[in-house]
Design a protein around this ligand. Sequence first.
Ligand code: NDP
Length: 451
Amino acid sequence: MDKLTQQYVDGIMSGVIARNPGEKEFHQAVREVVESVSDYITASPHLMKLKIMERMVEPERVVMFRVPWMDDHGEIHVNRGYRVQMNSAIGPYKGGIRFHESVNLSIMKFLAFEQTFKNSLTTLPMGGAKGGSDFSPKGRSDAEVMRFCQSFMTELQRHIGQDRDVPAGDIGVGGREIGYLFGQYKRLQDEFSGTLTGKGLGWGGSLLRPEATGYGLCYFTEQMLATRGDSFKGKTVLVSGAGNVAQYTAKKAMELGAKVVTLSDSNGFIHDPDGLDEEKWQYVYELKNYRRGRIKEYADRFRHAVYYPNQRPWGIPCDIALPCATQNEIEKEDAEKLVSGGCRCVAEGANMPSTPEAIRIFQSNGLLYAPGKASNAGGVATSGLEMTQNSIRQKWTAEEVDSHLRRIMSDIHAACLKYGTGFDGTVNYVKGANVAGFIKVADAMVDQGLV
Ligand code: NDP
C-alpha cells in the first residue's frame, strides 16, 4: 500500500473508531472494506471529494427501541430492539433480523455494513440493513416467542415496508419467527404485502428460500474449486453450525459428492468420521427445527460419532472448511490448525466468521478463501427473488429459482475474479468482492447527489 493510500485508510479508520467507540465488530468490517477499496478510491479524485466512504460508514438511520414482553409465568422481560438502515443507494433497505443474546449495536452495524456490499454483488436492487434483538428464543415456548415477536414488530412496523425496508431471517429467526412477525405486521398495517421475506410457502414465500444460503455457498465453492481444476467429489468437508445455513450447506455438499464430517452449535461440535448421509441429515433437521435440541444428541444417536464439548471443529483434518455458525469463529490458532490439517479451501456461510489474522493465514498459505459477503449472498439473492415473485403475484418453480440462484452465484464469482485477480493469476476474493460491491453503490451515490 503506498503512502497516500495508507493515509487514506488511517484517516477513515480513526474517524470511524472515534465516532463509534468500542464497536469492535463494526471497526473490523469497515477496515476490511476500506483496505480493499482504498487504492480504487485514491485513484478516483471525485470519490475522495464527494467523501463517499465517509458517507458509507455512517448509517442512514439507526432505530433502537424497547421490547417489553411477558413469559409463560407472568414475569415481565425487557429486551432491546434494533434496525440499522445503512444504505439505500441501490434499492430499498434489505437485511435479516437476528435474535441472539450477543446482539448489540456494534454487531448490528457490522452486519448492515456487510449487507450493503453483499446486496450490491447480487446484481439485484437492494440496499443494506440489519436488525435484531438481544432476545434468545432458545428454551422459550412457542407462545413466548410469539409474544416477543409481536412486541418487537409493534415498533418495527413503523420503519419498514415493501418499498422501504424488507427484513428477513438470520440467527434465531427462522420460519416460525418470520410467521409471527409477518402476522403482527399484517394486523397493524392492514395490508398483505411482501414486506418480510422467508415467508411460508403457502403465504407468499419462495420455493428454495430456506435452502438458498447453503446451496448458494456450495455453488460458489464449486466455482472456486474449478479455478484449480477441482470439485467437491470425494472431499472431506468441515461444516460449523447446525442451523439453517449449516443444514443446507451440508445437504448440497453431500449431493455434490463430498463427505461432511462435522456440525456444531454454541456448546460444542460433533465429528462423524463416517460422514453424514440422508438419514443423519434428516435427524439433524428435525432435532434443530422441531425438537430444538442440542447437537450433542447426534453423538448419542449415531455410532462412531464423537461429541467435543466447548470446542470448534477446525482441528479435524479436511480438504474444505465451510464455517456456517457466527462471526469470529475461526481465530488465528484455528486457521493454523486448518492449514496443518490439509485444508485447501475456506468459503464462508456465516457473516465474518474468520478474524483478520485467520484470513491472513489462509491467504499467505495459498488457500482458496472467500468472504461471506460473496459466498453466502445466495440467501439474500433468493429473498430478492421472493420480492419479485410477490410484486408480480406469481410463484416460480423450484427449478426456476434454482437456475436464478446458480446464475447469480456464478455472476458474483465472475465479479470477484474481475476485480480480485492479481498479476500472478492468484485470486484475492476479499478484494474482488469488496471492490465489485463498492463500485455499484458508490456510483449510485454519486448520481443521486448529496443525500
Ligand atoms: P441459525 O440460528 O439457524 O443457526 C445458527 C447456528 O450457529 C446454530 O447452530 C447456533 O448454535 C450456532 N451459533 C450461533 N451463535 C453462536 C456462537 N456465538 N457460537 C457458536 N455457535 C453459534 O442461523 P443461520 O443458520 O441462519 O445463520 C448462521 C450464520 O449465517 C450467521 O452468521 C448468519 O448471519 C449467516 N447468514 C445467514 C443467512 C440466512 O439466510 N439465514 C444468509 C447469509 C448469512 P445454537 O443453536 O447453540 O445457538
